[in-house]
Design a protein around this ligand. Structure first.
Ligand SMILES: [Zn+2]
Length: 422
């Protein structure tokens, strides 16, 4: 696409992002939570854009807005659909691009497809999900899970931070929970799901590239580790006789860092993000340290291997230091690999815009994780300034957004026909 057209698309995306960012529960900062009046207004705005782009607009029982482009005539029953989506809910005090860019990119790309081709040999659905962030209810990806036929009715009973059951919030939003089953696609109908999203990390900026192709949404293991040592006077207990819980925790943290660095090829990252120390006085040897371990990688087997090694190291550290260590698993989410053929399609589309497709793993969760249970998925990442996200400073340039939309258009035009035959 010519640079001018690309910038025009980017400028239009920016204007839409600004308009959507105005839809907030609070003045002065962006807060748009699932099933709130702001969600309603955002869904209506997105629905209007979809209609203006030439799509048939509908909404399912979990509030997912759906803009449909039917396939070329005569293929209505036989054709499969390409799904393009992202989310319109936000975190509290959010940036303007997270999620919304993917929805807007879908709308603008399909609008261009309609202009150029009318229809394609396959149908296209643009989807705007409502609960990717999990900022209001203690569950997430319900709406994208529902289109994959994976809605767990137990979720209807969870309570929001403001004390409202999900089922009641849905009814207030004008939805009938009994209809949720109808949100599911027939697996025969869904050819593939793709999503454009800001990277939310610094890799593309470091590489000097606007766009990247995601190889997998990382799997994630979270643990809580409790180290119990022995309190003592910081002035009187000699170093050789101590059982310092914090020093042991520090050594375990470094062991985790070493293990993750050994698997950079698998995009492994390990973090201790929270630690509490007791009794917590400057003149007392720590008796107890409780900390979190977050380990992510694109290959589940490598992550589980690393965890087994970590447990081995923990045991050695505990024995040497005379402390006891308890490790509890609190969360386990397998990786969602992106389809190689779809990745190749995105890589070709990125090259078509003059870029070089950087391959990267998504350390953050996305709707594609849930849709992966339905059909092959892929993601296109867009550079964002300094990798900042979940923050009002979040920023993606007009040029980069234009390139992302142009790449999505090219991806749709060259959508691998093998996905229509499967
Ligand atoms: Zn997001």
């Amino acid at each position: 696409m010519a640079e001018d057209d690309l910038l025009a698309l980017g400028r239009e995306a920016e204007a839409m992002i600004r308009e959507l960012a105005e839809v907030s529960a609070e003045e002065g900062r962006l807060v748009r939570l699932y099933l709130t009046p702001e969600h309603r207004r955002a869904a209506d705005l997105v629905g209007r854009w979809m209609a203006e782009a030439g799509l048939d607009v509908g909404e399912d029982a979990l509030g997912t807005v759906k803009g449909r482009l039917p396939p070329e005539g005569g293929r209505r029953n036989a054709a499969r659909r390409l799904l393009i989506g992202s989310h319109i809910d936000t975190v509290i005090d959010a940036g303007a691009y997270d999620g919304t860019l993917g929805v807007i990119a879908g709308v603008l790309a399909v609008r261009e497809i309609v202009r150029r081709h009318g229809r394609m040999p396959f149908g296209i659905d643009v989807l705007a999900f409502g609960d990717e962030e999990g900022s209001r209810f203690p569950v997430t990806l319900l709406s994208s899970g529902a289109i994959a036929g994976r809605f767990d009715p137990a979720a209807l009973n969870v309570e929001s931070v403001d004390g409202i059951r999900l089922e009641d919030a849905l009814r207030r939003y004008g939805k009938d929970p009994a209809e949720i089953g109808k949100a599911a696609y027939d697996p025969e109908e869904a050819a593939a799901y793709v999503e454009v999203h800001i990277e939310q990390g610094p890799v593309l900026e470091q590489a000097g590239e606007a766009l990247g192709v995601v190889t997998a949404i990382a799997g994630q293991s979270r643990h809580t580790v409790t180290v119990v040592g022995e309190a003592g006077h910081a002035g009187t207990v000699p170093m050789a006789l101590r059982h310092d819980a914090l020093a042991a925790a520090a050594e375990i943290t470094l062991a985790l860092e070493r293990l993750a660095r050994r698997h950079v090829d698998d995009f492994m990252v390990g973090t201790v993000g929270r630690i509490s120390v007791a009794p917590g006085a400057s003149n007392v040897i720590p008796a107890r340290a409780v900390f979190s371990v977050d380990l992510r990688s694109q290959t589940d087997a490598k992550r589980l291997d690393a965890l087994a090694s970590l447990r081995g190291e923990i045991e050695a550290i505990a024995n040497r230091r005379g402390v006891t260590v308890r490790v509890e698993r609190t969360h386990e989410m397998p990786a969602t690999p992106c389809d190689p053929t779809l990745q190749a399609g995105f890589a070709a589309a990125v090259a078509g815009q003059g870029g070089e497709a950087i391959l990267l793993s998504s350390g953050a969760g996305h709707d594609g994780q849930a849709v992966g249970a339905l059909c092959p998925i892929a993601m296109l990442f867009v550079r964002c300034r300094q990798g900042v996200s979940h923050n009002p400073a979040e920023f993606t340039s007009i040029g980069d957004m234009g390139r992302a939309i142009a790449a999505l258009i090219e991806f749709i035009e060259n959508f691998d026909r093998s996905f229509l035959a499967r």
